[in-house]
Design a protein around this ligand. Structure first.
Ligand SMILES: [Zn+2]
Length: 98
């Protein structure tokens, strides 16, 4: 009786490739001209941190943040999905997003 090894290679099945990280495509996005322009526009429209403003504090915004992260389906290039944040608020949001 021939014995077939259990782990037979099946060349017709595509090899499972590890997902190329979304981070890489995100990094590319943040370098794009379209994003830079939109980001500059957002800072121009709202130069103060929106999170701080809600608490009645005026802090210069340093970061333009996606309200709904791109990898969660948020619109990448829509002003409606952007908010100006200061470093502190952005760090806090990034921490809670994870
Ligand atoms: Zn803030």
């Amino acid at each position: 009786m021939p014995i077939f090894p259990k782990s037979v290679r099946r060349p017709w099945q595509p090899e499972h490739k590890p997902q190329e990280g979304r981070r890489q495509s995100n990094a590319k996005f943040y370098q794009s001209t379209a994003w830079r322009k939109l980001r500059a526009l957002k800072i121009e429209v709202q130069p103060l941190c929106e999170e701080c403003l809600r608490r009645g504090i005026a802090t210069p915004a340093r970061v333009v943040d996606h309200i709904v992260p791109i990898n969660k389906g948020g619109a990448a290039l829509s002003l409606a999905n952007l908010q100006s944040l200061c470093d502190a608020c952005h760090n806090r949001k990034s921490a809670t997003d994870k």
